[in-house]
Design a protein around this ligand. Structure first.
Ligand SMILES: CC(C)(COP(=O)(O)OP(=O)(O)OC[C@H]1O[C@@H](n2cnc3c(N)ncnc32)[C@H](O)[C@@H]1OP(=O)(O)O)[C@@H](O)C(=O)NCCC(=O)NCCS
Length: 253
């Protein structure tokens, strides 16, 4: 049975985007409205120029959550993005996310006390950060009294399905390899990999870094550029042909 939602999912699954320009524009406006209407009130702060894809699959729970400007969050039905503070007191605990951060599908951030994420940090699919084990090793009914924040400095990149455990600080520019489990502090400018994660490489500090800050140097200009691109690519798409692709797609769609 073709439900409304499966049609929405379907139109992004074509070989090419068959939507007329105005349909895509309407969709983007709705997506922005949804984020502003439902996600902004869930945060103490949500910076300008956010790109939140499928914001209906983003879960933001708890107090003291701030998100900086130009964040990109990509959520999917079966890989929602979850940002949650479960403090020890009703108004305690915090998650602070810097500017230009990328959160990919399936990212989960769970804070008991404090998770601090710097600028330009990138998290690949399925990354998990938790500053608490949530249960004691001997007392399984309580979390540990010790506060063990996670701090990611600017430009950290966390690879696919990596996990950062309680009390870990990761230094500027460092990279965590796919599937790594980080249980100890990581210095700046290194690559760590494995479980438990160990330094496998030192980055060359003489090479200039290009980060998401540069990519978003002029958000208004960038938005204009992508709008122009959409207009050009989708211009020839007819409404009824697009409707037909939703109901009876063929191998040229
Ligand atoms: C971390 C990463 C970026 C490093 O790339 P790189 O700098 O080209 O690293 P190298 O290939 O030179 O690897 C250095 C060493 O670490 C090992 N290594 C690299 N990544 C590893 C990983 N994820 N797990 C285990 N070992 C790893 C390599 O085998 C190599 O070991 P060796 O020195 O014994 O030969 C890359 O390996 C990785 O994990 N990429 C996944 C990125 C990702 O998730 N992208 C999703 C989109 S955001």
């Amino acid at each position: 049975m073709i439900t409304g939602l499966s049609i929405v999912v379907r139109f992004t699954a074509m070989r090419q985007d068959r939507r007329p320009y105005w349909v895509k524009k309407t969709y983007l406006k709705f997506r922005y409205w949804y984020a502003e209407h439902f996600l902004r009130p869930a945060c103490d702060e949500l910076g300008a120029h956010h790109t939140i894809m499928k914001p209906w699959y983003v879960d933001i729970n708890g107090p003291n959550i701030t998100i900086g400007k130009c964040v990109t969050i990509v959520a999917e039905k079966y890989s929602p993005v979850k940002i949650g503070v479960w403090g020890r007191q009703p108004d305690s605990g915090k998650i602070s996310i810097g500017d230009y951060v990328l959160l990919s599908p399936g990212v989960r951030l769970s804070a008991s006390d404090e998770i601090i994420i710097g600028n330009n940090v990138m998290m690949a699919n399925g990354v998990y950060l938790s500053d608490s084990d949530w249960h004691g090793v001997y007392d399984r009914t309580e979390r540990d009294e010790k506060v063990t924040p996670i701090i990611l400095h600017d430009n950290v990149w966390l690879g696919d399905s990596s996990i950062v455990l309680k009390g870990v600080t990761i230094g500027e520019n460092s990279i965590v390899g796919a599937n790594a489990v980080v249980s100890k502090d990581v210095p700046a400018n290194v690559v760590v990999a494995g479980n438990p994660a160990k330094v496998v490489k030192h980055l060359d500090s003489s090479i200039e870094r290009v980060t998401r800050r540069e990519y978003f140097a002029n958000p208004a200009e960038q938005a204009k550029y992508f709008d122009g691109l959409d207009r050009m690519v989708l211009e020839g798409n007819g409404f009824f042909n697009w409707l037909r692709t939703l109901i009876k797609p063929n191998n040229k769609d």
